[in-house]
Design a protein around this ligand. Structure first.
Ligand SMILES: [Zn+2]
Length: 104
């Protein structure tokens, strides 16, 4: 893979959408998880909310990162040349959803 501008092979993925998606997904997931995990009982409320926030945050992050990854590959310039800083995408030969070992 080479930069279309300068021909350099020093290419690095930007993954902007993936990072943003993961962050937003984790925040939303944690909020929903905390609500869903908190029972009405007084003693279990705190631990239930905490567990809910953790599991919600994790699943939210995975979902957000997956969505962000799709946004990266479909809509954003997801690669950056380290030589001339030109950003470009590789939609045609990119689809690679196997780079999320944590999501499996
Ligand atoms: Zn370049």
């Amino acid at each position: 893979m080479k930069c279309p501008i300068c021909g350099s092979e020093k290419i690095q993925p930007a993954n902007t959408g993936e990072n943003i998606g993961g962050f937003i997904g984790a925040a939303i997931g944690a909020l929903h998880g905390a609500k869903a995990g908190a029972p009405h009982g007084f003693f279990l409320a705190a631990s239930g909310a905490l567990l809910g926030a953790i599991s919600g945050g994790l699943s939210g992050y995975v979902a957000g990162a997956a969505l962000g990854s799709i946004i990266d590959s479909e809509f954003l310039d997801n690669l950056e040349c380290q030589n001339c800083t030109h950003k470009f995408n590789t939609t045609l030969d990119f689809p690679d959803f196997t780079r999320h070992p944590k999501a499996s």
